[in-house]
Design a protein around this ligand. Structure first.
Ligand SMILES: C[S@@+](CC[C@H](N)C(=O)[O-])C[C@H]1O[C@@H](n2cnc3c(N)ncnc32)[C@H](O)[C@@H]1O
Ligand SMILES: *[C@@H]1O[C@H](CO)[C@@H](O)[C@H](O)[C@H]1NC(C)=O
Length: 269
């Protein structure tokens, strides 16, 4: 079964503002493809949200189409800065509006764990042409921070915060999102496939930006639905503790955030 989340407007706005786009990983995906094919007509980014990842594919393809089930997410696509060869469709991941064998690349960025995984994979296999590639990427929620010589202290504070949110994980993704992807990878019948368990992406962000990102996670959103005052208290407490460990006077202080991505890539024979 697929789950419907990320549909609220506020959430979509926060999403656009705070999520990290994995440019470095797009290079890995394109490197994988370029070794295997010369056909770059159509890429489809499934569960594209507000399209920041989708747009990163534009330079490599004649046409890129982002698809998402959520109208609120698609409304947030920044249309004026969207490349001319990128467009969007509202549809479920499990029913893609493409002909069989039409697509050169199917991606899902931090999204496939929300889908009906089996039906999505069948659908991706259907729309890919022979030689076309599938790229699924996501990251674990345990981002790390680096800041001078207090990185360890910051990471202890982060771990404590993540632990409080842990029980609010959506049952659809269970306790281990990496396993969802290794299971999907193991089930993929294509012989030419590649798994990478940890690909670190570093970004300089403000403390507020980091906290804003964490607040877009579904477990924080769930906590907030249950008790919004308590959720606010939790994140302001988190902010205060981090600022104090950093001896920072403003939440606009910059830290290095490390996001641990994992991904798999496969080529349809
Ligand atoms: C965590 S967001 C990721 C968005 C974007 N790919 C990114 O990297 O920022 C997950 C997205 O998957 C979409 N989604 C969830 N279930 C879906 C389904 N069954 N079909 C299509 N999209 C779905 C949500 O609406 C949401 O926009
Ligand atoms: C698609 O748009 C991107 C960004 O504007 C551009 O770099 C790329 O060349 C375009 N592709 C084609 C085939 O027009």
């Amino acid at each position: 079964m697929a789950v419907r989340l990320f549909e609220g407007k506020d959430h979509a706005v926060a999403y656009l503002q705070y999520r990290v786009m994995p440019q470095e990983l797009i290079s890995v995906v394109m490197g994988f493809m370029e070794k295997r094919t010369k056909s770059f007509h159509l890429a489809v980014d499934v569960g594209c949200g507000s399209g920041q990842g989708t747009a990163l594919l534009a330079p490599f393809f004649t046409k890129v189409i982002g698809t998402d089930v959520s109208p609120a997410q698609l409304e947030m696509v920044p249309t004026n800065s969207s490349p001319p060869n990128v467009s969007y469709r509202q549809c479920p991941a499990e029913e893609l509006p493409f002909e069989s064998g039409e697509v050169d690349l199917v991606t899902a960025m931090t999204a496939a764990h929300w889908f009906d995984r089996e039906r999505f994979l069948q659908e991706a296999y259907r729309v890919l042409r022979p030689g076309g590639c599938l790229a699924l990427l996501s990251y674990t929620m345990d981002m790390e921070l680096e800041y001078g010589d207090v990185s360890d202290a910051l990471n202890d504070i982060c771990k404590e915060f993540y632990a409080i949110l842990f029980p609010y994980r959506n049952p659809h993704i269970g306790t281990n999102s990496v396993k969802i992807y290794t299971d999907m990878f193991d089930s993929c019948p294509y012989p030419d496939k590649e798994w990478n368990q940890c690909f670190r992406i570093k970004r300089t962000v403000t403390l507020n930006g980091f906290i804003g990102m964490v607040e877009t996670f579904s477990n924080y959103q769930k906590f907030k639905q249950k008790d919004s005052a308590e959720a606010e208290r939790l994140s302001s407490n988190f902010r205060d503790k981090l600022m104090s460990a950093m001896k920072a006077s403003s939440p606009d202080a910059e830290v290095t955030m490390i996001v641990k991505y994992f991904y798999w890539l496969a080529r349809k024979p």
